[in-house]
Structures are given as structure tokens and as C-alpha cells.
Design a protein around this ligand. Structure first.
Ligand code: PRX
Length: 651
């Protein structure tokens, strides 16, 4: 049996960058890309030094990369800077001073705010002073548990201004999840709100913090933003209203000179075992990495209005709502709520209202839009859009094509960007002015990224053979460690290829003849059926290519004969009747598309799939259901419990 993952879907459609787009793009020729990529790999010191020189440093680095002690990299060693100087101060002496830095739209109607760079700078400085007045200083950990309001970005930047390490915790997490994170980070302060709005409901936040703090002894201060007007319990001395700490705070705050390797933030991400991993990013490398990827991947222009729909609670929001766009002096849009509140056209309304030019979202959202129907986006003028992006999971070609036609109106390149919380920034992605895109493929490595597909022994696999995706060289925005747990960091990411010093991404991938990478999903999402290792992503794509299917998730379950059987969970299109007949039709369809080996053993129908709040399908949970086991997985990150209940009802 081979180690390779069988790659069965052959995608042959290619889309050249539209001429109009390519003509004006920052990078538009393959030769230019190849030369820059070669330099970034062969002469990393010159390449990255040159990029870092575009930014402001108090003290220049002495060494671009110190990799003497792998896997602990030191980038721009000896350099001193402050990321907020690059995100804010450096724009204030230019025409960007009065440019919109943040455009914000609240979920309830008519709530809008625009913050210019000058205003944002002032608010960040004041909040930084407010934190200082509470005794927060360099190296202290500050947890941020806020809805998608401008104060979330302000709080992050204020921490960075004074050298405090922020840890944003997505506002959907429960009290026990908060306790784990606060205690692991030994947080000194929490910044929260009375509540947040989500699909017209008020989600209480302060009360969740109160509950968590019963078990989080390190937290001394809680700053509370008034957002929903919800009644809150108050602990005098510990709790402070945002407004009260802001009022006396001066708007002059000298930035803390940060060593390039001083921590910037911790972001917790779930591991395959229960305990969340505190991914640590540091100052200089993360700043340079997010600055450069934002500039080239999104082909940012001065006049662009850029919208990434992620929540800042995830890494996408850190790198591509806050730090990357602001470091580039862009206008970044923030929307507080759900895409279907009050109606499924909310995103398209926003695109039309703000004349959004660059739109970056997740495949799961795209599939939801497909399900809601073309009628919603058709009502709006989407002609301002010139570039589309996706992130977070493999995009099935059906969804890619829908995005291309219905949203991009065949005019906008799509950048399918592969990366991870741990990589800090985009790693594999089309460059929109030059890469011929291929639906479902993240295509080519970004500058400085030495990606390869290898087998278990580290041998590079030939085109068409799926295997493990590894990164063979350090890159500036890479994870530095797991907070407080160097051993786990080494074990988790670096032990498989310790000799070679390669980073194990945990994803399966395949490279084609052109050198394009297609991500096959997490390695543990691979199903081994009768000795064939099938990628769940390809099975899901095959199902989703059937006209009666909106979305599908596939998992393996123990099977006496095959080792693993294939269980498909399917959301049928509106108006389609689920049942035995459709199940049979879908099995046939998969057989035709991939082969008899891939025919599902179970097909179950559901209105919606159980997903985490970041949109990832909860496969462990589906595996439990398919195997008829009691659910043992942690369900605290589940977006919609009714999805689960309904699946059980069908048992
Ligand atoms: O499996 C890959 C998938 O998301 C994982 C990283 O998740 P997270 O750390 O939460 O970060 C998400 C946002 C960067 C990866 O290991 N993934 C992310 N982007 C893609 C993807 N899979 C396929 N294609 C992508 N474009």
C-alpha cells in the first residue's frame, strides 16, 4: 500500500487573469514572479531585508534570519520597531492622514462609523494610555473578547503600542473555553462588551466573562464596552467601563520600542487533542510577512476599499483585516454581523454601498450564498469588485465557478489562499495579475515559501501523487512556539521531519505538472478505503457537483470489510426532496465521477452541517454519528446546535 493519497479529480479548466486586471497589476509576468521567488529562496537575506526596509524601524536588524537553533527562528534579529508605528503613525505625514482606515457597519441597520487614520491613531493612543493606567505593561497578556466593533481593532493596536501581548478570543466561545485560554496565557486583563449582536439577537458577553473569571485568578481588570445596553453584573475595583477609562486618557502615547522577536500576540487554535494551542507570533517577521502578502496577493491600490469578511477572532482577521491592510495604509471594512441578517443579501448591499473593490471570504459562506440563490446578489451593483479571495478550507470547483460567475461576473481573478494560524500569513496563492487560476487549486507558493509534497519518509512525490504538505525553509511570519510549551511545539510541527528541519503543515496536498498545489484537506481527513487513501475534499467536491446538492461533508467510519466506510452528509438544494431515491442517485454520481471505490456507504440528509464558528465542518462529530457512537467530541465551538439535533432525529 502506498503512502500517497489517491488524487482522483482531474481539473482541467484554467482561467487567465483578465487583461484589464493584468494591465494594471503590481506583478503581471511569470518571469517576474519566478525571478522574485528564486531570489526570495536563494537570497532570503537580501530579499526580506529589502522588503523590511519599506517599513519603519527604530533600529535596523543585524541579521535577517537566525536559524541556528531550529525550529526556533529569529527574524530581523537585533531590529527594533513597533507595528503600530507602521500601521498608523507612518501614514499620518502623508495623504493617508484623513483617509478612512476603518469603515464599520454594525448589524442593526443604520449603524455606521468611519475612522480615519488620524482618528484611529488617537483612539489607539488613548486606549493604550488607559491600559497603562490600569497597570498593564510590556509583556503582560491581555485577552480581548469583543464583537466585531472598531474597539476590537483599537484594543489590539493599543496592546501592541505598549508591548502588551494580546490574545483575541472569538466572542462565540463559552465560559469554559475562555477559562482554558485565560489560564494558559495567565491574562492580566480582559477587554469585553456588555453584549454583541448576532442575527438580531443579543449575545451576552460580560456575563460569560464573569462566569469564566470565577476560575481565572490571574485577571485583575475587566474593561467593558457598552454595545447592546444589556444589564451587567459589576465587580467594583475589577470592572471598568470603556468610556470611563478612555475619558482621562491622554491621546499622546509614545510607542514602546519592541525587539523584532518580542511577542505580538497569542492566538489559540484547536488541536486534535482537547487542549487549545497558543500559537505565538512575534513583532518584526509577522509585520513584514503580513505587509507583503497583503500588498501582492490582493494587489492593493491606494484607492481600494478592501473587505475581508472573517471575524477578527481568527487569524484571518488579525492578518488581513487589521495588521496587513493597515500596514499598507488601506481602507479596511468591518462588518459586525451575519451574512443573512436581516436577509441573505446583506453582504451584497454592503459591497454596493461602500463600492467594495476587494472581497475576501470563506468557501463555506460561498456555498451558503449558492444555496440562498442567485436572486440575492443579482439585485445589486457589484461592478466595483475587481478581485475575489477565499480562505479557510478547500473550495470545491462548483463553488469556485459560482463565485467567479455570479459574484465576480467573470471579471475578477479569484485568489484561493492557503495558509494557517501557524503560518501567520498567506503561503500558497495565485498572484492575481499573472497566475492562471484553476478552480479548487491554491496554485503557487508565495515569495519565501519553499513548499513540497512528500511521502512519510520525506521523499518528494511526483506530480499527481498526493502526500504530506511540508514547508522546507523558515519564513518571516511563522509561528515561534506554542505559548509556554516549546516541547509541544517541536513535537507537533517539527518532529516528523526533524532531521530535515521541515515544518509539517498537517495538510495533504498534490502538485500538478505545472507545479500548482491543490490542498486535499487535513491529513486526518483522509479516508483509507480498502487500501485506497481518498481525500474527503475530493469526495465532497464530487457530491457538490451534483445539481441537487448544496454542500456535503464526508467522513470515514469503521467498516468490517473495507476498513473504513464512507459516510456522506448532504444538504440538498432548495426544493429537492431528500430520500432513498436521491441517496441512490448521489451514490451513482460519485461512482461515475470518482469510481466505484468511492461510492458512499451511507448518505444522510441535513438542512445544515455542524460547523465551528469559523466555518469548519466538525468531522469528528460526524464520525461519531456515522459510527453510531455517542458524541465524545468537544462541541463548545459548534455554530448551530440545531444542525446536530436534526442529524440525530434522523437516526
Ligand atoms: O486545512 C487547511 C485549511 O485550514 C487550515 C488552517 O486553519 P486555521 O489555522 O484555522 O486558519 C484558517 C485561515 C488561514 C489549513 O491547515 N485551509 C486554509 N486555507 C485553505 C485551506 N484548505 C484549502 N485551501 C485553502 N485555501
Amino acid at each position: 500500500m502506498s503512502d500517497a493519497i489517491d488524487h482522483v479529480l482531474a481539473e482541467t479548466r484554467f482561467f487567465s487573469p483578465p487583461e484589464e486586471f493584468a494591465r494594471q497589476a503590481r506583478l503581471c509576468s511569470d518571469e517576474e514572479y519566478r525571478e522574485l521567488h528564486r531570489r526570495s529562496i536563494e537570497e532570503p537575506e537580501e530579499f526580506w531585508g529589502g522588503i523590511a526596509d519599506e517599513l519603519v524601524w527604530y533600529k535596523r536588524w543585524t541579521r535577517v534570519l537566525n536559524w541556528d537553533n531550529p525550529p526556533f527562528a529569529r527574524w530581523f534579529e537585533g531590529g527594533k520597531t513597533n507595528i503600530t508605528v507602521n500601521c498608523l503613525d507612518r501614514h499620518l505625514t502623508t495623504a493617508r492622514k484623513n483617509k478612512a482606515a476603518i469603515l464599520w457597519e454594525g448589524e442593526p441597520y443604520q449603524e455606521r462609523r468611519t475612522l480615519t487614520y488620524l482618528e484611529l491613531h488617537r483612539l489607539v493612543c488613548r486606549f493604550a494610555n488607559a491600559l497603562k493606567n490600569l497597570g498593564v505593561g510590556k509583556g503582560d497578556r491581555v485577552a480581548i473578547y469583543l464583537p466585531m466593533v472598531p474597539e476590537l481593532a483599537i484594543a489590539m493596536l493599543a496592546c501592541a503600542r505598549i508591548g502588551a501581548i494580546h490574545s483575541v478570543i472569538f466572542a462565540g466561545f463559552s465560559a469554559p473555553s475562555l477559562v482554558d485560554r485565560l489560564n494558559d496565557a495567565k491574562a492580566k486583563a480582559v477587554i469585553t462588551a456588555d453584549g454583541g449582536f448576532r442575527r438580531g439577537q443579543v449575545i451576552p458577553l460580560k456575563s460569560v466573562v464573569d462566569e469564566a473569571l470565577l476560575q481565572s485568578p490571574t485577571v485583575r481588570h475587566v474593561v467593558v464596552l457598552r454595545r447592546t445596553g444589556t444589564d451587567v453584573h459589576w465587580v467594583h475595583g475589577r470592572d471598568h467601563w470603556w468610556r470611563d477609562v478612555m475619558d482621562p486618557a491622554s491621546s499622546v502615547c509614545e510607542p514602546e520600542p519592541m525587539d523584532s522577536e518580542d511577542p505580538l500576540f497569542i492566538l489559540y487554535t484547536s488541536g486534535s487533542t482537547g487542549k487549545p494551542k497558543g500559537v505565538l507570533h512575534t513583532t518584526g517577521g509577522y509585520m513584514v510577512g503580513t505587509y507583503l502578502t497583503t500588498k501582492y496577493v490582493f494587489d492593493l491600490r491606494e484607492e481600494d476599499t478592501y473587505w475581508c469578511t472573517a471575524d477578527i477572532g481568527w487569524v484571518t482577521g488579525h492578518s488581513y483585516i487589521v495588521y496587513g491592510p493597515l500596514a499598507n495604509g488601506a481602507t479596511t471594512l468591518l462588518y459586525e454581523g451575519a451574512p443573512n441578517h436581516p436577509t441573505p443579501d446583506r453582504f451584497w448591499q454592503i459591497v454596493e454601498r461602500y463600492r467594495v473593490n476587494i472581497f475576501y471570504t470563506a468557501p463555506t459562506a460561498i456555498r451558503a450564498f449558492m444555496k440562498w440563490g442567485d436572486g440575492w446578489p443579482r439585485r445589486y451593483d457589484l461592478s466595483s469588485l475587481r478581485l475575489l479571495g477565499t480562505v479557510g478550507e478547500p473550495i470545491n470547483p462548483e463553488a469556485w465557478l459560482w463565485y467567479h460567475k455570479t459574484i465576480g461576473q467573470e471579471r475578477c481573478p479569484i485568489v484561493d489562499t492557503w495558509w494557517q494560524t501557524e503560518t501567520g500569513g498567506i503561503m500558497i496563492t495565485p498572484l492575481p495579475g499573472l497566475t492562471k487560476t484553476k478552480p479548487g487549486s491554491a496554485t503557487i507558493p508565495f515569495f519565501g515559501v519553499d513548499a513540497a509534497v512528500v511521502d512519510e519518509h520525506g521523499h518528494e512525490l511526483p506530480p499527481g501523487k498526493g502526500g504530506l504538505l511540508v514547508i522546507r525553509r523558515p519564513w518571516p511570519s511563522m509561528v515561534r512556539t506554542l505559548w509556554g510549551d516549546d516541547d509541544r511545539f517541536v513535537e507537533y510541527y517539527w518532529s516528523r521531519f526533524r532531521q530535515q528541519g521541515w515544518y509539517l503543515t498537517g495538510d495533504g496536498a498534490v502538485r500538478d505538472e505545472k507545479g500548482y498545489f491543490t490542498i486535499l484537506g487535513r491529513i486526518d481527513d483522509v479516508i483509507n478505503v480498502s487500501g485506497h487513501r481518498l481525500s474527503t475534499m475530493e469526495l465532497e467536491s464530487a457530491l457538490a457537483s451534483h445539481p441537487s446538492v448544496v454542500e456535503a461533508a464526508v467522513v470515514g467510519f469503521d467498516h468490517e470489510i473495507k476498513g473504513l466506510g464512507i459516510a456522506a452528509f448532504v444538504t440538498p438544494a432548495g426544493g429537492v426532496l431528500p430520500g432513498i431515491q436521491l441517496a441512490g442517485e448521489l451514490s451513482e454520481h460519485v461512482k461515475k465521477t470518482i469510481g466505484a471505490i468511492a461510492r458512499p456507504d451511507q448518505v444522510r440528509f441535513t438542512d445544515s452541517l455542524p460547523k465551528t464558528r469559523s466555518g469548519k465542518i466538525m468531522r469528528r462529530l460526524l464520525r461519531d454519528i456515522a459510527s453510531g457512537r455517542e458524541i465524545k467530541s468537544d462541541t463548545s465551538t459548534l455554530e448551530d446546535y440545531s444542525a446536530l439535533a436534526k442529524l440525530y432525529d434522523e437516526e
